[in-house]
Design a protein around this ligand. Sequence first.
Ligand code: ES4
Ligand code: ZN
Length: 336
Amino acid sequence: SDFQPFLRALPKCEHHMHLEGALSPEVLFKLAAKNNITLPQDDSAFASPESLLARYRRFTSLDDFLHYYYIGMSALITSTDFEDLAWDYFQHASSDGVCHSEVFFDPQAHLSRGISYETVVSGFSRACKRAENELGVSSMLISCFLRHLPAKDCLSVFEQEDVQKRYADGTVQGVGLDSSELAFPPENFVDLYSRAKECGLKLTAHAGEEAPASYIATALKELKVQRIDHGIKLVEDVELMERVAKEGTMLTVCPLSNVVLRCVDTIRDVPVRKLLDKGVKFSINSDDPAYFGGYCLDNYVAVQEAFGLSVAEWESIVRAGIEGSWCGDERKGELL
Ligand code: ES4
Ligand code: ZN
C-alpha cells in the first residue's frame, strides 16, 4: 500500500540530523572549487561527484563513513557556505513534512581548520531563522563534541568565550556527543556534561550505535542525558530497556544510517517492533542524509516497508516525537 502521502502529512519532528551530513558530493565539489580546497588526490573516490556518491554506497563502518564526512566538511569556509548548507537541508525537511528539527553541528571539526565558531554559528542560525519565517519549520541548534578528541580539549572549546556567548544568548541550546564510539566511552565526558548541565543546556549523546548497551547506561547515569541518539543496542539489555521505557527517555533512531554503516543488516533488524512493544519512546531521523541516501521521509517509508505499522502506531510514534522535542509547550501544542 502507498503510505507515503500519509507519512508525509504527519507532523514530524526530527531530532538527529548533522547539518554537515547534508553536504552532497555535488555541493562539496562546487564549494571546493569556489574555496580553492584540494580534495585528496590519492583516493579515486574523489575523481567526481558520481564516484564519491558511489563510494558512499559502500561504507563498511562508522569510522569508514567518518573519514569521508570530515574530508567533506573541509570545503565549508564562509558563513554563507554554512547558511546555504543548512538552508538546503531545511528545504528538504519541509518538503518531507518535517515541522520541527533539532539539528547537530560539530564545532571542533571547523575550529581545527581555522574556521571560527562565530562563522559557523552565524551561518547556521541565519538558515534557522529563514526556515522559521519562510517554511514554518522551527528548529534548535545543538553543538556536538567529538569524542575521539581528548575530553579536556572538548571542555576548553565549551568554555571558549565565543562559544559561551552563543549558549547564553540562546542561539545554541544543547550539547551532544558524536564521532567514533567504541574506543571513546561516555564516562570520559563527565566534566563536560556537568558544566553543560550547570549552564542549563539540553543534553544528549550518541550511545549504543555500534557500542554495547552499557554505553547507554553510562550516558544516562554519568552524563545525565535527557535523550539517547541511536540507542539501537538498548534491546540487548532487557532490564535497561524497561527502565528507559519507564522513565520516558526518547531514542533518536536513524534506520537508513544503521543499514548503510552496517550496524544492522537490514531495516528489519532495526528494533522498531521491540521498542514499540516495550513502550520505549523513539523518533525516526535521517542522521546524515547526503551520505546515507535519504532524508527524513525516506526513513519513515523504509520503516513502513519493513514493519507495516498501523495508522495508530504511526500516530503514537509522531506524538512521542513531539512530546520528546525540546521546543516550548506552545510550539508542541501547535504540532499536536
Ligand atoms: C555520525 Cl552516524 C554518526 N555517528 C556518530 N557520529 C556522527 N557524526 C556524524 N554522523
Ligand atoms: Zn548521528
